[in-house]
Design a binder for this molecule. Structure first.
Ligand SMILES: Cc1cc2nc3c(=O)[nH]c(=O)nc-3n(C[C@H](O)[C@H](O)[C@H](O)COP(=O)(O)O)c2cc1C
Length: 362
């Protein structure tokens, strides 16, 4: 009996299996709008049998986009464009999820295939802000833009944008909301001492550095229905001796649980040039972080990072390291990864994929 293919219920939502599509920026939007690309990209992974599909980092404000081509959820037109996607995913058995976030000092970048570096405003970039006025990079070549140090009014403005985006995500039909609290973007950049050097109530002690994340998520939880799951993606380690360690993130997970967060998505890295990349070659180390948070904070976790093989995913769930597995690059290689995993593990594919496929090739 496969544990990977056993259903999971969180609040009022049941996932048909423990396999999720990890959020992946598509750098394919204009004015933050979803289009045919997003419909096919996400829809094909639902047909492929994933139980959860989390749409890419979707910005709560225009200046919160990582790149000008990133998705957004700051207006109603964007909601209208997302509705057909959530309807399709649900119709074919996947829970529609969305990651909302703010890029902070890493925003205003070019898409990776255009070099990924900061864009001048004249090139389509925009002004950025963060906990302080230190740029991500100091070399003048990479993420060189100087962010504006956020005032208390800025903090309130961004938190309100998270509330509005939460309401729009609900209107768009999403059933799982994930807050992007990782990878050096705004909320993580407040939490990590690698970036946050503030001396007010939002900086210094771990309680103060956690304040931005916790205040935002408290407000989001109030705006997101009680019976729908709320996830937070954390960089569970900065992989840097001066940064956040797993212990700090266990503490954060405990605070988040108290606020009503249901599951922690355990990524890592991305805070500064000295910490590891969140899609580097060593992301498999993140599985252990998901296990640590699950055990020590007593909260459900999603494991992510170089999960490629069905048996590997099965073992992660069966050994209690996490409650779900997320795949990013594995799903780019094979949108039918879940279907193929079911075949490999001897699971009836009719419980995994839509009948249009499973009837003929299960
Ligand atoms: C093309 C691409 C886009 C990504 N975009 C996001 C994103 O929008 N939000 C996020 O939290 N992580 C993002 N990531 C990181 C993945 O969600 C995932 O954590 C990472 O790739 C490790 O998983 P993997 O080894 O299965 O690829 C992205 C990764 C890739 C490859």
């Amino acid at each position: 009996m496969s544990q990977l293919f056993s259903p999971l219920t969180i609040k009022g939502v049941t996932f048909k299996n423990r396999i999720g599509v990890s959020p992946m920026c598509q750098y394919s939007s204009e004015n933050g709008l979803a289009n045919d690309w997003h419909r096919i990209h996400l829809g094909s992974r639902a047909v492929g049998g994933a139980g959860l599909i989390i749409a890419e980092a979707t910005a709560v404000l225009p200046e919160g986009r990582i790149t000008p081509a990133c998705a957004g959820i700051w207006n109603d037109e964007q909601v209208e464009a997302l509705i057909p996607i959530t309807r399709f995913l649900e119709q074919y058995g996947a829970v529609p999820g969305i990651q909302i976030g703010h890029a902070g000092r890493k925003g205003s970048a070019a898409p990776p295939w255009d070099g990924g570096q900061h864009l001048k405003n004249a090139e389509g970039g925009y002004d950025i802000m963060g906990p302080g006025d230190e740029p991500f990079d100091h070399d003048g070549v990479r993420l060189w833009k100087t962010p504006r140090k956020m005032t208390l009014d800025d903090i309130e403005y961004v938190q309100n944008a998270f509330i509005d985006a939460t309401k729009r995500a609900l209107a768009a039909g999403y059933k799982l909301l994930e807050i992007h609290g990782a990878h050096g973007y705004l909320l993580h950049s407040f939490f990590t001492p690698l970036v946050n050097k503030r001396d007010d109530e939002y900086g210094g002690s771990i309680e103060n550095r956690a304040r931005m994340m916790l205040e935002t998520i408290r407000k989001v939880r109030e705006a997101w229905p009680d019976n729908l799951p709320l996830a937070v993606r954390l960089s569970a380690s900065d992989w840097d001796e001066n940064g956040l360690a797993i212990e700090d993130n266990i503490q954060m997970a405990m605070w988040l649980k108290e606020l009503g967060v249901d599951i922690i998505d355990c990524s890592a890295g991305g805070a500064s040039p000295s910490s590891r990349s969140s899609i580097g070659s060593r992301t498999s180390d993140q599985i252990g972080l998901a296990a640590d948070i699950r055990k020590s904070a007593n909260i459900k976790t999603m494991a992510v990072g170089t999960i490629t093989e069905p048996e590997q995913a099965e073992n992660i769930i069966a050994s209690g390291q996490s409650d779900m597995v997320l795949l990013a690059r594995g799903m780019l290689r094979d949108p039918y990864w879940a279907f193929h995993a079911a075949q490999a593990l001897g699971v009836d594919t009719k419980t995994v994929a839509p009948i249009q496929n499973a009837f003929f090739v299960g």
